[in-house]
Design a protein around this ligand. Structure first.
Ligand code: ZN
Length: 330
């Protein structure tokens, strides 16, 4: 019944049955004046879409993350059409494909859009890198009769994104954090020294108090495939140190400060458990209990437990971090 997770590139196989739900674009939700959330979904048997946050700026829209599926990027394009504004800027919080596969479709419709991201994607795309390796591993599964049609559909999306991989590379490499003017609107871009990936971006908007934190916060569980958990903890502390009012996670609902701190506490407790001798089930149960107030329905509670247990073993096999986590320059 264990979840086998390759969420970053293609598929989630869990004990859930295939989706009977119709797939529709997420409706836009205003979370602050001039700031709109398009929720990423997490459908059974499908890879997730990360949340998208859109800032209205004098020169067009600033789109934070672009999802994986066409229905998600369609929602971004529909929002731009409804506002009568071009997408001027895209920011990828990190290179995981549930946040960046839509780049190509957005850019095709809005050729003036410039992508801001860290250079971490270059290593993931390079020979032997995470994405390059997974492409080699996933491609034969398209011919495997035991792989479901939904999963093959997800793998096709991955293969297609890799065929257009230049759309994942930044037009503007964000090397260090600071206040930037994006499409004429000031936004504070912060860059992590490792965390979810080798370098992630999170955004603090002083004007509205909104922090867009990408997968530093992810429910039902953090996705640790490319993580350096020690630096991830430090990044959560850095977010906590800014006076945000609302944090928008990479997956899940907008959070108050209290809710963010609940997540931060559960994350730290989970990593403390991973680096102890406790049984994986105990660490997973602790995670599920720690974020209980942030999880929605029974399916989310089950997924929290399944993912957390899976990650205990994965992290322990690599000394408490992912195999992608490299020592820093210091
Ligand atoms: Zn994600």
């Amino acid at each position: 019944m264990k979840s086998i997770i390759v969420v970053l590139v293609a598929s989630v196989t869990s004990c859930a049955s295939a989706a009977a739900r119709p797939v529709t674009a997420p409706p836009p939700e205003t979370i602050a004046p001039g700031v709109t959330l398009l929720r990423g979904d997490m459908l059974p048997m499908r890879g997730p879409d990360g949340n998208t946050v859109v800032f209205e700026a004098p020169e067009g829209l600033v789109v934070i993350d672009t999802g994986r599926h066409a229905w998600h990027s369609d929602a971004i394009l529909a929002l731009a059409a409804a506002r009568g504004k071009p997408v001027a800027t895209i920011v990828n919080t990190h290179w995981h494909l549930d946040h960046s596969s839509g780049n190509g479709r957005i850019k095709a419709a809005h050729p003036g859009a410039r992508l801001y991201a860290t250079a971490a994607v270059d290593r993931a795309l390079a020979d032997g890198g995470f994405l390059a390796r997974n492409l080699v591993a996933q491609r034969p599964r398209l011919e495997d009769p035991d792989v479901s049609a939904a999963e093959k559909d997800e793998i096709e999306i991955f293969v297609q994104t890799m065929a257009e991989r230049e759309s994942l590379r930044p037009d503007v490499v964000v090397g260090k954090g600071g206040l930037r003017r994006l499409a004429g609107r000031k936004l504070d871009l912060r860059v992590t020294d490792r965390a979810v990936t080798e370098a992630d971006i999170w955004i603090y908007d002083r004007r509205t108090g909104v922090a867009v934190v990408g997968d530093l916060v992810t429910l039902p569980a953090p996705f640790f495939e490319t993580a350096c958990p020690d630096q991830w903890r430090a990044a959560l502390d850095e977010v906590w140190a800014v006076p945000f009012r609302s944090a928008i996670p990479g997956h899940g609902e907008p959070m108050s400060r209290v809710q963010f701190d609940t997540y931060r506490g559960a994350f730290n407790a989970f990593m403390d458990c991973v680096t102890s001798d406790a049984a994986p089930q105990q660490c997973a149960a602790g995670w599920q209990a720690g974020v209980a107030s942030l999880l929605g329905d029974e399916r989310m509670r089950r997924m929290a437990l399944g993912y957390a247990e899976y990650y205990v073993d994965m992290l322990r096999a690599n000394g408490g971090r992912s195999s992608e986590c490299r020592p820093g320059p210091g």
